[in-house]
Design a protein around this ligand. Structure first.
Ligand code: NI
Length: 135
């Protein structure tokens, strides 16, 4: 093992791993490691960038989730009500039998927008979440 490199073990759903392998193949990554390395780097960059945003901002939180995940729908509604001070509007799109997309338009303190995104991101059943804050 190279110095400064640590080996970790991660459990992933089979479907996600399959999708990852497709990306690895399509992009031409030599291995899963490099692809995962990039994904982690992009998560960290996004998080840092979001952490540095200050003051009043406008933006959108876009998420894809599995609506049949037990308790998720009501949890999402609870959280959104708790952040009614920054949420202007929510658009819900039924993607297929299982997945929904929600686009949450936000306006308010960057820190508040970040807290909202973080509370949503960690929920079980939320497959993808992107935050865009206009400069
Ligand atoms: Ni739906």
């Amino acid at each position: 093992m190279r110095t400064g490199v640590e080996r970790i073990s991660v459990s992933l759903p089979k479907g996600l791993l399959k999708e990852l392998d497709e990306v690895v193949k399509q992009v031409g990554y030599g291995s899963r490691s490099k692809a995962i390395h990039d994904a982690i780097r992009s998560l960290i960059t996004e998080h840092r960038w979001l952490k540095e945003a200050k003051g009043r901002r406008v933006g959108a939180v876009i998420m894809i989730y599995n609506h049949s995940q037990r308790g998720l729908a009501s949890r999402l509604i609870d959280i959104q009500h708790h952040f009614e001070d920054v949420i202007c509007s929510t658009v819900h799109v039924h993607l297929d039998e299982e997945n929904c997309m929600e686009i949450v338009a936000v306006r308010g303190e960057a820190e508040r927008i970040r807290s909202l995104a973080e509370e949503l991101r960690v929920l079980r059943g939320v497959k993808q979440l992107k935050v865009t804050i206009a400069e």
